[in-house]
Design a protein around this ligand. Structure first.
Ligand code: ZN
Length: 299
């Protein structure tokens, strides 16, 4: 697998900045106000990781067309298409959605004129149907537990692990390359996102344990700054799971010892083992409050 990295190249790194107004969301880019850099990194034969700001996806170029994943938003999707055009003139035949959250899967409508079919978990049909967006086509192909997509001799396996982050999150595996694309439930070397919106802590840990049993050597994750590698070793899945277990047990221990105020827990519970992880200072207190709610309310 190491040879994959030897062949890795940086195709482009261009910088631009833009600020969306709240009313634009989600038909424009997410509100951020920071500089949104973008880059495309070749991982192996036909396999590329595309980054827009702190979001990532991958696309696979085959002899019969391109498979794209999570288009992110209209601006990112346009850039993604222009990056794809730099390496192939072949049409985008499929767009795979990782889950229902608009910040990851908006903007795919530009691939319709390429003839793309959209693929996602069956729960997406209801979730996207309840929140109709002109820039987020509904899946043409949906599935319950697993789905195998083949195109031009290449294969991507999709697997649903039940609820964990929303109720439609699928993990994508490239069996030949032994690479997983895992969105939102694995964010290497970063504490959990803020107050863990739409994350169910116990189901999240259960899902990660099941993912750890899969056959893979590397992970592409969907978040990270430009300094983060485009691909990480498989061990990041276990590291994420152990972080959550450590977080839950630290909060439970404090609550069992008589501290029930979330305000006090936010200030007193520390996880120094993770002090070098991104957003430790800023987001750990929010992670703690989410786990307090889990034990306090059973949610
Ligand atoms: Zn999400």
């Amino acid at each position: 697998m190491k040879r994959l990295f030897i062949h890795s190249i940086f195709v482009i790194g261009l910088l631009f900045s833009s600020i969306a107004t709240a009313s634009d969301f989600p038909t424009k880019e997410p509100v951020g106000g920071k500089t949104f850099g973008t880059s495309t990194t070749k991982i192996s034969d036909g396999l590329y990781v595309f980054r827009w700001w702190v979001y990532r996806n991958f696309f696979l170029v085959t002899d019969e067309g391109v498979i794209a994943t999570d288009p992110m938003n209209p601006k990112a999707a346009k850039l993604l298409l222009s990056e794809i055009r730099k390496v192939t003139e072949k049409p985008v035949k499929y767009v795979i959605y990782s889950h229902n959250h608009h910040d990851h899967i908006s903007g795919g409508n530009i691939f319709i004129k390429e003839g793309a079919k959209f693929i996602g978990h069956k729960n997406l049909l209801k979730e996207l149907g309840d929140h109709v967006s002109p820039v987020t086509p509904l899946p043409d192909i949906s599935f319950e537990d697993s789905y195998t997509l083949t195109l031009g001799g290449r294969t991507i396996e999709l697997k649903y692990f039940g609820p964990n982050h929303g109720e439609s999150l699928v993990v994508m595996r490239l069996p030949k390359e032994k690479i997983l694309f895992v969105v939102d439930i694995v964010t290497p070397r970063r504490v959990a996102f803020r107050g863990m919106p739409d994350f169910w802590p116990d189901e999240w840990i259960r899902s990660l344990k099941e993912i750890e049993q899969m056959d893979f050597d590397y992970v592409i994750s969907a978040h990270g700054p430009e300094t983060q590698p485009a691909i990480d070793p498989a061990s990041v899945v276990k590291e994420q799971r152990v972080y959550l277990e450590d977080l839950m047990s630290a909060v439970k221990t404090a609550m069992d010892s008589g501290t029930h105020s979330p305000d006090v827990l936010r200030k007193t519970v520390k996880l120094p083992k993770y002090k070098n992880w991104q957003y430790y200072e800023e987001w750990l207190p929010m992670n703690i409050e989410r786990i307090w709610a889990y034990y306090h309310m059973g949610w």
